[in-house]
Design a protein around this ligand. Sequence first.
Ligand code: GTP
Ligand code: MG
Length: 321
Amino acid sequence: MKEDQLNNLFIEKLLKNDRRAVARSISIVESNNSSSSELLKSVYANVGKAYRIGITGPPGAGKSTITNQLTKLFRKQNKKVGIIAVDPSSPFTGGALLGDRIRMTEIGQDSGVFIRSMATRGSVGGLSKKANDAADILDVAGFDYIILETVGVGQSELDIAKAADTTIVILVPESGDAVQAMKAGLMEIADFFVVNKSDRPGAEQAISALNTILIMKEHNFNSWMPNIISSVASENMGIKEIADEIKRHKNFLESSNKLLERREFRIKARIKEIVEDKIRDLLWNESGKNSLNSSLEKVVLGSLSPYHIADEIIDNFKNQL
Ligand SMILES: Nc1nc2c(ncn2[C@@H]2O[C@H](COP(=O)(O)OP(=O)(O)OP(=O)(O)O)[C@@H](O)[C@H]2O)c(=O)[nH]1
Ligand SMILES: [Mg+2]
């Protein structure tokens, strides 16, 4: 079957929320090759109905527990939920978040829930590209909410924010998370904070420290002031408040026309990422690699600098276009 016929078949099945088609389509987009761009192009007309929620925070903060509880709450409202758990620290797909999968078996049995783990370390295309691509598939398949969970290490929180309509940063009372959050740029991406594990000592201090930082920060943030919610996710406490805050933020974005603005901003970043990805692939094709390898000796011996070789490679690349 030709690729476009195959894609049409996928779209039909995706639109019917066929789970196998969803799983297969995500595998295709994960492979990040020409079939994946063709599939994503052909489904795009049906993208845009789902609401995308990013959940990030330090390891073990309770992101999966919150995702799990939120999902149960959304299911009670008869909403379909797609979950993508992105592990930026692992190069292995599938088994990467087995722990989470097991913990989520309860919701994993539900036909209105789809859970997928993705690993991104060392993969072609960044975290936000992968998350965006997979979220597009879930979106087409009719999931009302798409939850993107990622552990905050390095750049990953900022990346997940590039794929979400509402970004939630989960912190815990201990370990001076508030200050860390400020340093890591989380203040810029959080639409609201959750201090989870509020059953532990120090929760109130953590909230007030975070509050102080938030107040001190200048917010030219389109008049949206991030709230702080405390939760004990393992006891299902604070989950309704989290869901309400998501709704409040969604309403804010929609009523102020900011949702479109935010999506435009994200799409711009996404297009840049796709272009850079494709250019990188073209650049390091056989001839790019050859000209790099054949010049190394001259650089090592000192007759040419790395900058000479870089210019040469770029010139060659331009000539090929
Ligand atoms: N005391 C307490 N424990 C909690 C709470 N929420 C979650 N936990 C526990 O904390 C541990 C980590 O929870 P997860 O939900 O897996 O945390 P996570 O942020 O998804 O972890 P990673 O994905 O590994 O970064 C689990 O043993 C949970 O049962 C809470 O509110 N209070
Ligand atoms: Mg987790």
